[in-house]
Design a binder for this molecule. Structure first.
Ligand code: NAP
Length: 240
């Protein structure tokens, strides 16, 4: 790899939308992509499945402070900086049915909200070493307060209170980082991949991972005049 290659980390990249985001970014010249996976073996297999020279697995469980810290340490010792962070790891337990228990809230927030925040926090010193830091939060339109507040809004029939609230929290976390680093020129944005066929929803989604990844990839590659602090999907901006 060249010294000018962008160093990219995608969390939860051993499958689904994360793996596709990693693939699309790694297919571009000048990008070295770390395939984040909470399970080391799944990360190795996913990186190998891409058959690309510029990808490597990185073990990171975003619900574990120790795992986040060792991943950050490894990136620091190998590359000394991070240019693009995609907070993609996520879980959707509501789809299993049953009531929204304390355990479900804690586990879901631990990955979708706190995991994304604490991964970003741990990687700030490395993003500060980048000349053009980009952070993408892979959220969901189910986190939109505006859609939920409208009785005729999008996805009205999906309760999913745990997942919805974890993604709404993620959106606020993203906005906090966008505001914090706006003056420094960082681009921090939120992406809705849309209802996509992956293990998250037992493959009930209708969209493809190829389409779902496009918006995140675009936000990862924004130039100096690109937007920050936005919530969008591939068709355009959506309301908070
Ligand atoms: N699919 C959709 O329709 C849809 C719609 C809107 C938003 N999204 C969002 O898109 C993102 C990707 O979802 P997906 O559909 O690609 O789902 P997926 O195929 O189930 O992939 C989720 C990824 O997150 C990883 N993950 C789960 N817990 C983790 C943890 N504690 N630490 C690190 N990684 C963890 C999973 O790892 P394991 O393989 O080890 O479980 C997996 O790699 C999620 O944030 C999701 O909320 C998806």
């Amino acid at each position: 790899m060249s010294a000018t290659d962008k160093i990219v980390l995608v969390t939860g990249a051993n499958k689904g939308i994360g793996l596709e985001i990693a693939k699309q970014l790694a297919s571009l010249q000048g990008h070295h992509v770390l395939i984040g996976s909470r399970d080391a073996e799944r990360g190795v297999e996913a990186a190998e499945s891409l058959g690309l020279p510029n990808v490597e697995p990185l073990t990171i469980d975003v619900s574990s402070d120790a795992s986040i810290a060792s991943a950050a340490e490894l990136i620091k010792s190998k590359y000394g900086r991070l240019d693009i962070l995609i907070n993609n790891a996520g879980i959707l337990q509501d789809i299993q049915g049953g009531p929204p228990t304390r355990a479900r809230f804690e586990e879901t927030f631990s990955v979708n909200a706190f995991g994304a925040a604490l991964t970003t926090e741990a990687l700030i010193p490395l993003l500060e070493q980048s000349s053009a830091a980009r952070v993408v939060f892979v959220s969901s339109d189910l986190g939109s307060l505006t859609f939920r507040a409208d009785p005729e809004g999008r996805n009205v029939d999906i309760p999913a209170v745990v997942y919805r609230s974890s993604k709404a929290a993620m959106n606020m976390i993203a906005l906090a980082y966008a505001a914090r680093f706006r003056e420094r020129g960082w681009k921090v944005n939120v992406h809705n991949p849309g209802w996509t066929k992956t293990d998250l929803n037992y493959n009930r989604g209708t969209g493809t991972v190829e389409d779902a990844a496009k918006g995140a990839v675009r936000l990862a590659l924004l130039g100096p005049d690109g937007e920050t602090g936005t919530y969008s999907e591939k068709e355009g901006v959506i309301p908070w």
